[in-house]
Design a protein around this ligand. Structure first.
Ligand SMILES: Cc1cc2nc3c(=O)[nH]c(=O)nc-3n(C[C@H](O)[C@H](O)[C@H](O)COP(=O)(O)O)c2cc1C
Length: 227
């Protein structure tokens, strides 16, 4: 009887662990994977419905004094954007930059970001993706700012016709969650189809880029990338 109870408890705990594991990386939770489904030492193939399609990785990210990581030379989202581009062999990487850069000092920039969010600002961008028409799959990266996308990302989304294109969001934040605003992306990106995105903790990316890359690989495998 005791043995049976113990084995039931084990099954219960295993189920709980698997359940929590499924939540990490792409949606929420705090754990990090330590083994990738994709072998990054071997060629990686896109899902069948991506075959022959052109891939753009567009991201917004901020270097300077940042949340929990001190002064950084390269933003957390920037690191993930490069990893996605490398693994998917993206055709282009585009950094979304504002005409007026955000201050490097954290307090100063948070004040501006807050004001921009309160006024639904659309900060002017420094450059366009001139050949946007030629891309089919767009990985779109950003840091979470106040449970939302940074306002310049909305400027980006409203700057193009996304008809026939697929947007796949990814973000970094305080935890492994996404901002919660992702389902609204097609409201701003006219014509876009949306695929399941990926959220990862910015501090973890900064401190453990190689492990973060394995999580990126796991997420890409969940989208259908294979070896
Ligand atoms: C203005 C501002 C607001 C933020 N708001 C949130 C938030 O609401 N939720 C969250 O999880 N992280 C929040 N963060 C943390 C960032 O999302 C996190 O540090 C991220 O990794 C930064 O990415 P980056 O280095 O690519 O700019 C905020 C950071 C800043 C600077």
């Amino acid at each position: 009887m005791m043995k049976k109870l113990l084995s039931l408890l084990c099954i219960g705990l295993t189920f709980l662990a698997v359940g929590c594991g499924n939540m990490t990386g792409s949606d929420s939770g705090d754990e990090h994977a330590n083994a990738a489904v994709l072998d990054l030492a071997r060629p990686v193939h896109p899902p069948a419905d991506f075959a022959g399609k052109r891939v753009l990785v567009a991201f917004f990210s901020r270097a300077g004094e940042n949340f929990e990581v001190g002064y950084i030379e390269k933003g957390n989202t920037h690191i993930i954007a490069e990893q996605i581009a490398e693994i998917t062999r993206a055709d282009k990487v585009f950094e979304i930059q504002t005409v007026n850069p955000y201050p490097a000092a954290y307090q100063e920039m948070t004040k501006i970001a807050k004001e921009e969010q309160a006024s639904s600002a659309r900060p002017a961008l420094a450059a366009r993706v001139e050949d946007m028409d030629s891309y089919d799959i767009i990985y779109l990266g950003y840091p979470i700012w106040y449970q939302d996308l940074p306002m310049p990302v909305y400027t980006f989304l409203e700057s193009y016709d996304f008809t026939g294109k697929t947007i796949i969001p990814f973000c970094t934040g305080m935890g492994n969650a996404m901002s919660g605003m992702e389902e609204d992306i097609p409201r701003f990106a006219k014509g876009a189809q949306l695929r399941k995105g990926f959220g990862i903790q910015g501090k973890f990316v900064h401190n453990n880029p190689d492990e973060a890359k394995l999580e990126v690989a796991n997420w890409l495998a969940s989208l259908g990338y294979t070896n």
